[in-house]
Design a protein around this ligand. Structure first.
Ligand code: 13P
Length: 257
């Protein structure tokens, strides 16, 4: 039985003050909910991690980073290591988000190093994979996913991948208001699980959680969560407000009840 995971990727939003306010609001509202044991993860920007970690003390909400660098320390101006993130209170790290691939030169090779660094520092990597609109239209979706997974997971064994989460985020659905239909998402999630079975084994594939991301909102989370291979959501825009994010968690909890 896979535990549902709902994560909020705040991207480059929220000053420290705003982040404290948002996390306090979420802590208060989510505490009132019967979350059915759902893992809820907040991923604020680096600057707010320590403060949000303070807010989350004595709550079961988890903290994640949006990226990391694979060396523990060194002359790498502007970078933040997995070790530093762990010390700041993180237990998760988003890796290979399409915005990093698109705007900051992230490749499968760097994604692979980052996953290994996360695992070595007790962080659960959330590996993001997904195709662009052009790739979908050219019917290359499955090839792109195979490339992201095969190369992103290079050299990782079964025990390693069992400590990971995969997030399917079709680039064309991110921040566009265009969600993949539940059927479109399920088709790809099923494909990813089958790929994991081929790369590892059935047992492993059945245990790995696969989240969907891309314009997830309170209005579409229930239908997405009803799909057999969708184990949660990675939420961008709708995670920036207490009401919408709480609603998403609440509706996901209702589906798994
Ligand atoms: P939106 O929910 O804003 O489309 O963003 C999705 C995303 O990129 C989460 O990582």
């Amino acid at each position: 039985m896979r535990k549902t995971i709902i994560a909020g990727n705040w991207k480059m939003y929220k000053t420290i003050k705003e982040a404290i306010e948002l996390s306090n609001g979420l802590k208060r509202e989510l505490f009132k909910l019967d979350k059915q044991g759902i893992d809820v993860v907040l991923c604020p920007p680096f600057t707010a991690l320590s403060e949000v970690a303070e807010v989350l003390v004595e709550s079961d909400i988890l903290l994640g980073a949006q990226d990391l660098y694979w060396q523990d320390e060194g002359a790498f101006t502007g970078e933040v290591s997995a070790k530093m993130l762990q010390e700041a209170g993180c237990t998760f790290a988003i890796i290979g988000h399409s915005e990093r691939r698109q705007f900051f030169g992230e490749t499968n090779a760097t994604v692979n190093k980052k996953i290994k660094a996360a695992l070595a520092n007790a962080l659960t990597p959330i590996l993001c994979v997904g195709e662009t609109l052009k790739e979908r239209e050219a019917k290359e979706t499955f090839d792109v996913l195979e490339d992201h997974l095969h190369n992103g997971l290079d050299g990782l064994n079964k025990e390693d991948v069992l400590r990971m989460v995969v997030a399917y985020e079709p680039v064309w659905a991110i921040g566009t208001g265009k969600t993949a239909t539940p059927e479109q998402a399920q088709e790809v999630h099923g494909y990813i699980r089958d790929l994991l079975r081929k790369l590892y084994d059935k047992e492993t594939a059945l245990q790995i959680r696969i989240q969907y991301g891309g314009s997830v909102k309170p209005e579409n989370i229930s239908a997405l969560m009803q799909q057999p291979d969708i184990d949660g959501a990675l939420v961008g825009g709708a995670s920036l407000q207490v009401v919408s994010f709480t609603d998403i968690v609440k509706k996901a909890a209702e589906v798994i009840k």
